[in-house]
Design a protein around this ligand. Structure first.
Ligand SMILES: [Zn+2]
Length: 321
């Protein structure tokens, strides 16, 4: 099965009316049906919330000014996933049962919170893990917890408290969108499972949204995985992105990580962008990515990149029950 470590499905439905159970909206790619047809079997489904300053760039009025508003927006997305009947994977036992029994047509999700502002205080984390959240990326832009994309800065005092609470609740840390100082702060204090759900190589596309080879190497040293994003502006500095750009980032991350076992995909498809900014016009073309990757890696390594690496990471990193 293919594993996609970053899809803003709840956000697309709630903020833009692009429902998951319908065919993809014109110009968009992701729906339950399109993922299943492409043999995607597991996704990391996000709870994404846009701060007020992103109203223009995210083309939505569904933004938050206060932690409480962020909480409400993220809660709506949890409820949306439930209403879709999306199966949620929360522990190792249910993951291995799901993987053993998987056949084409089945799709399950792990809940990932992108930007931690919906957590009003770290002491509230338990309420979110009970709702199924297993992975948290503290940042998007700047949040109350962390410096983020285009917003330099480290973990805040509240951010340090959040990471301690995450460790106690066995939540996985997602570095994507964290500012460089925040990544350094996290490496200094975090001893739990670590990953980057959708982060490309800064050596190929400059800018703080991408991760450095040193960050990839450290994530790998800790047994983590870095997912390659399919957003054009993450894939290349200018021009139309292609699957070959995806391959370049996979190859680059694999070199930085010391092997392709630490690389996966986290497409972010439809995450506020449409097919004009995607390297494919149909999710079923993920098949072609396999063939292209095969020119650089063995069949086993390609299977790992397309999904197996995320599965073994989750087997090591999810709570046992
Ligand atoms: Zn993102």
């Amino acid at each position: 099965m293919i594993v996609d470590a970053h899809l803003d499905i709840g956000w697309n439905a709630i903020a833009h009316g692009r429902g998951f159970l319908q065919p993809p909206a014109p110009g968009y790619l992701v729906s339950r049906q399109s993922l299943v047809a492409a043999e995607v079997g597991l996704i990391f489904a996000t709870l994404y919330t846009a701060p007020a300053h992103a109203e223009r760039s995210m083309r939505t009025r569904f933004v938050y000014e206060t932690p409480h508003e962020a909480h409400v927006i993220a809660t709506a997305q949890v409820n949306y996933y439930r209403s879709c009947g999306l199966e949620m994977i929360g522990d190792r036992a249910s993951l291995s049962a799901y993987v053993r029994g998987w056949r084409k047509g089945r799709l399950a999700a792990v809940l990932l919170m992108e930007g931690a502002d919906p957590i009003v205080t770290p002491s509230e984390l338990g309420a979110w893990t009970e709702r199924g959240v297993r992975i948290i990326g503290p940042a998007w832009g700047r949040t109350r917890y962390s410096g983020g994309t285009n917003a330099p800065g480290g973990l805040t005092e509240l951010g340090r408290q959040l990471l301690k609470a995450m460790r106690r609740k066995k939540v996985i840390l997602d570095l994507s969108h964290m500012a460089d100082q925040a990544v350094a702060d996290a490496f200094a204090m975090w001893r739990g499972p670590i990953m980057a759900s959708h982060s490309n190589a800064r050596e190929l596309v400059p800018g703080d949204r991408q991760v450095t080879a040193a960050t990839v190497a450290e994530v790998a040293r800790r047994g983590g995985i870095v997912g390659v994003s399919f957003y054009a502006h993450h894939l290349r500095a200018r021009g139309k992105a292609t699957l070959e750009d995806v391959v370049k980032h996979v190859v680059h991350h694999a070199k930085s990580a010391g092997g392709p076992e630490h690389v996966g995909i986290g497409t972010d498809l439809d995450g506020g962008f449409d097919t004009r900014y995607a390297p494919l016009d149909d999710v079923s073309r993920l098949k072609e990515l396999r063939a292209r990757l095969r020119l650089h890696f063995t069949q086993t390594q390609v299977d790992g990149i397309m999904g197996g690496n995320w599965l073994s990471f989750l087997e090591r990193s999810l709570p046992e029950t």
